[in-house]
Structure formats: C-alpha cells, structure tokens
Write a protein that binds this ligand. Structure first.
Ligand code: SAM
Length: 454
C-alpha cells in the first residue's frame, strides 16, 4: 500500500485500537508499509531464486524486490508459487501433527486459486489423496491450472458446494477450510478489502463460515482434523466460530508449538486455541489458524464404486509406461481419447469421487490419441512424474522462452524432428513439435502470456 494515507473504517479502527492497546500505532504504521513479497519453492523443481527464509516454512522465501512474475518463465514452469508468508504456516500443522508421514485423505474445501493446495500436495505422503475443491466454476478452472503447473499428482480438483460433501460421510482424515472472510488481514495488500468492509459484512461472513463448517463436518471421520483459517482478525469469524462448532458437535482443540521468535500470537477462547498473525509483529499479512480434532462418532462411507476405469490397449500402455518415471505406481486410464495416470493405491477413492462429485480434473494427463499417434499432453510436461530421458529437450534462452510462452514462433539453431520439451533453466515449460525447419508451438492457447516485456 506504500506510504499513502489509508482511510480505515471507523468501526474497524476503534475495535483494533481497543484490542491492540499500546501496539495499535505500530499496527497502523505496518499498514502504511509495503507488503513483503514471498514465494514458496516447488521442492520437485529446479530453482535459481534466493532470498531470506520464511521462519515457519522450509520452502518459503522473501524476495528483496517484487519481480514481474508473469515475465519469469520459471514461474510458468511451476518452480514456485507466489504466496503470502503467513499462510505458509500450514506447513507447521503438517509437520507437528505428522500429517505427511502416512497416507491420508485430505479435503481442501475452499481451494482456489491453489496456495494451500499446492502446499499440501508438497507436504503430503506420496499415497495421500488431496481433493482440492472450489465452489465457483471459473475459480475451479484456475485452481486446476495451478495444480497442473505445480506438477504433483494425487490431486483431484472438484467444483462442489460444501454441502455436497455430505455424500462422503467420514471419508476424510483432514479437512482444511480456508474460509471466505471479511479480509481484514489483507487491507495493506488489497485496498478493495477496505471499501468492502463493514460490521454487517463481518456478521454475514461469520454466518456463512458457520454454514460452511456445519455443512462439511460430516465428511470428516472420527479423530479427523479440521484445519480452519482465515485472513481476518476479528474473533467472530475465527475462534468464536470454532468454539461454536465444537459446541454443536464433539471436538477438541489441538495446540501447536510456536517459536517465540516468530511473533505469532496465541489466542485462547474458552476451549479453543488459535494463532493470530499481525503485520506489525511479523513479516506477513493478517491471518488466523486453529486446529480441532473431531471426537464424535461418525459413520463412514463404504467404498464400493461400480465404475470401471477404461484402460488403453496394451501397445499404447507399453509405450506410455516409458513416458513416466515410476510406471509401477500407476494405472493408465482412457477418457475421451485422453490417457491419464492414477496412483494405483488410491484407485477406488478416485472412482468414488467420480461417482459422487463434480470432478474438474483427476489424475495426470499423459497423451491424447489421434489415430495411430500419441500426442504428449501439457500436464505431462509439468508433471514431476515425467520421464524426461525419454524425450528430446531444447533449452530456451529467456527471449525464446517468452516467445514460446506467448505461443509465438520459436526459432531454433537446429531442427531435430519430434516432440520436444521446451525447457528454461532446465525446467520444462511445455511441448514443441519440431519439424524439418520449423517449430509447431504446442503451448496451450488459454495459458499464453499476453503481457508485453518492458
Ligand atoms: N485456499 C485458497 C488459497 O490458499 O489459495 C484461498 C481461498 S479464499 C480465502 C476462499 C475461497 O472460498 C474462494 O476461492 C471463494 O471462491 C470460496 N468461497 C466463496 N464462497 C464460498 C462458499 N459459500 N463455500 C465455500 N467456498 C466459498
């Protein structure tokens, strides 16, 4: 927001003044300062970026300046995700509660554009299943794009209302609700959040959050964990909601370890413990997180899906098994002439999701079948399962990579015929079909960058 004057809503100003007391002037000062720029590195992809580490996230980095991410080819290759630092605290939940050390079923209920989901995908066990859901259709498509770009498998993207998850009683071990909220913690980054704020809107948000929590609660199994977070400060949308939920049902609060250097504030409200992040106390935006364990008895759905996945012809399977690094871990399945891989160990779960939810994307697409030919899919180029040894690769300069990502003509020093990975700093960006003396640029039109270089 810079050093311009900010006009805060009076009710918000007065409430924060009362809540923060002597540290209120520091809070106001922090709102006038620049938001830190932070990214989270993709542990599966090469990276040349460096910066100061985010204290609570092993892959989080603060950058000194904010680059034009759209014009960085490695951003399009999924080498990192631009994410506000406080939100990266999710890693502590996973590490401290051992959620990455065993196969689990995880639901990220309000997942677009994909910050938490891409993080979870990197933190979870290799046989875990992540359902990344988003209720708004257009946002679910962006979520699917970001998941594909991140390249980690076992993520099913769905486009459902929270109450639809009642169709899966007791199915999930972990339910993450990053709830739509009044956004008080984003006032510095997003001035629109200030104009949209009102006491009435806070009450509406709190009500909606209760509905979302109540509607989705049954899909969490007994002893399952609810991870609830918002980017707002008020107690109504945070600890009071979680307290309310634990009164409606049976649940216990799970405390987390907080390093005293981190500047995170521990909140205790009746039986609930939560953690609040203030921009004057740490390098990040406003945030709240709390974890509860469901202790009530919950019936569990029995998986007995009748859906049979269609497998490709053996000749095709033999060919495609060479395209991925660990074919023994996957099953190939064909849908509308597109062949995808699905993790063998969670096949039944995938079938059940196809039967019960509105699935936007599932598995990793490897190839489309055109007559006798197999055309590699964009998702494969970005997937961590890609066997890059099997394909030709062409390292592009910065200028060539930008031409490629704009879906313009790419000129190469020599033309070696075949489907070729376009790479930048060794990170695959997508496919080119190299012909005798020209390149057919296969970068997806919908993803092409339109911004002009400075
Ligand atoms: N988890 C995301 C991330 O880390 O990138 C950010 C999620 S954002 C805070 C909240 C999301 O909730 C938005 O994508 C919004 O579209 C979605 N949403 C809005 N209304 C909703 C509702 N009634 N039920 C569930 N989700 C809703």
């Amino acid at each position: 927001m810079g050093d311009t004057e900010i006009k805060l809503p009076e009710d918000f100003f007065n409430r924060m003044n009362t809540v923060l007391g002597s540290s209120f002037p520091d809070f106001i000062d922090s709102l006038k300062s620049e938001s830190p720029t932070s990214i989270r590195l993709n542990p599966h992809k090469k990276n040349k970026l460096s910066g100061k580490p985010v204290p609570w996230c092993s892959t989080g980095l603060y950058l000194d300046t904010r680059p034009v991410f759209t014009l960085d080819p490695s951003f399009h290759g999924g080498a990192y995700y631009v994410q506000e630092a406080s939100s990266m605290f999710l890693e502590q939940v996973f590490i401290q509660l051992g959620l990455g050390s065993q196969p689990l079923r995880i639901l990220d209920l309000s997942a677009a554009p994909g910050g938490k989901s891409t993080h979870i995908a990197s933190l979870m066990h290799k046989d875990s299943l992540l359902v990344a859901n988003e209720v708004i259709r257009s946002r679910a498509s962006i979520l699917a794009e970001n998941i594909a770009k991140w390249g980690v498998g076992n993520v099913v993207v769905t486009n459902n209302d929270p109450e639809d998850f009642n169709r899966l009683p007791g199915f999930f071990d972990v339910l993450v609700v990053d709830a739509p909220c009044s956004g008080e913690g984003l006032f510095r980054k997003d001035p629109d959040a200030i104009t949209e704020w009102s006491v009435h809107n806070v009450q509406l948000c709190a009500k909606r959050q209760r509905r979302i929590l109540n509607d989705s609660w049954s899909c969490l199994k007994t002893n399952g964990l609810l991870v609830y977070c918002t980017c707002t400060y008020n107690s109504l949308e945070n600890e009071e909601n979680i307290q309310w939920l634990s009164e409606q049902h049976e649940a216990e609060s799970i405390p987390l370890h907080i390093d005293s250097d981190w500047g995170i504030e521990k909140v205790i409200f009746k039986n609930i413990t939560g953690y609040r992040f203030f921009p004057h106390k740490l390098p990040g935006e406003g945030f709240f997180i709390s974890v509860i364990r469901k202790t009530e008895n919950q019936e569990e759905i029995r998986i007995k899906s009748k859906r049979k996945l269609v497998q490709p012809h053996q000749r095709i399977s033999e060919e495609l098994n060479q395209w991925i690094r660990h074919p023994e871990n996957f099953v190939l399945t064909t849908h509308h002439e597109v062949i995808s891989i699905i993790n063998k160990n969670i096949l039944e779960e995938h079938s059940l999701l196809l039967d019960t939810l509105h699935v936007v994307s599932i598995g990793t697409k490897l190839a489309s079948v055109k007559g006798q030919k197999l055309i590699p899919e964009h998702e494969l180029a970005l997937s961590v399962e890609l066997n890059s040894q099997h394909f030709l690769a062409q390292e592009l300069s910065f200028e060539q990579a930008i031409h490629y990502l704009r879906k313009e003509t790419v000129v190469l020093p020599e033309y070696k015929k075949g489907y070729t990975l376009a790479t930048y700093q060794s990170i695959p960006l997508g496919w080119m079909h190299v012909l005798d003396n020209r390149v057919n640029n296969l970068y997806p039109k919908a993803l092409r960058i339109r911004m002009k270089a400075e």
